[in-house]
Write a protein of this length. Structure first.
Length: 187
């Protein structure tokens, strides 16, 4: 009987935790992003996922080679360390080409992926959630915060909360996970 009550309690706690997690996930913009380890094993994105205090901006862009009549998709990754050059990852395999690249509000502004000190891996939209237009957030100060140059709000990457500026919504958060195959950000 005691075992049965314990199991029921564990199921209820797991369900409540899952509900709480889903409440914080933004659904304002669709987000579906996969980045494969096998194709990009040294990417800064993988180390940011598991290194507390490390964050990266991630965005995609399609570049056209007019002479060849072809287009190429790139995934760019910029570290918050202020030293490492922006990483350019050519998406050139069939499995990657079939992935939908919907990085929240704008593929060209993208996401912030990283690891907090107390709550583990996180992914946020890189646009200001409080501005009517689509304004990209920029690294600020010690690069543990981001700034909207439009409204001047400063957001803390540890908590997603506004630390300076007018009151408003926290950063838009997405689910993020990493397995042996890929890093996934979604809502």
């Amino acid at each position: 009987m005691l075992k049965r009550l314990f199991l029921i309690a564990m199921v209820v706690l797991t369900a409540l935790t899952a509900c709480k997690e889903n409440e914080t996930i933004s659904r304002r913009y669709p987000c579906r992003f996969h980045f494969y380890r096998e194709m990009h094993p040294t990417s800064l994105m993988f180390s940011a996922y598991s290194s507390p205090g490390t964050y990266v901006f991630v965005w995609t862009k399609i570049e056209v080679d007019v002479k060849k009549g072809t287009s190429y998709r790139y995934v760019y990754v910029q570290s918050n360390d202020g030293k490492t050059p922006t990483e350019s990852n050519l998406i050139n395999t069939q499995i990657e080409a079939n992935v939908p690249y919907m990085l929240g509000a704008s593929n060209e502004m993208g996401l912030i992926v990283g690891c907090t000190n107390f709550n583990g891996p996180v992914a946020y939209d890189r646009i200001c959630p409080n501005c009517v237009g689509v304004y990209p957030l920029q690294w600020m100060g010690n690069r543990q915060q981001v700034l909207c140059n439009n409204c001047k709000r400063v957001y803390d990457l540890e908590t997603a909360a506004i630390t300076s500026g007018a009151e408003g919504d926290p950063l838009m958060r997405y689910m993020v996970s990493l397995d042996n195959l890929r890093l996934t950000v979604s809502n």
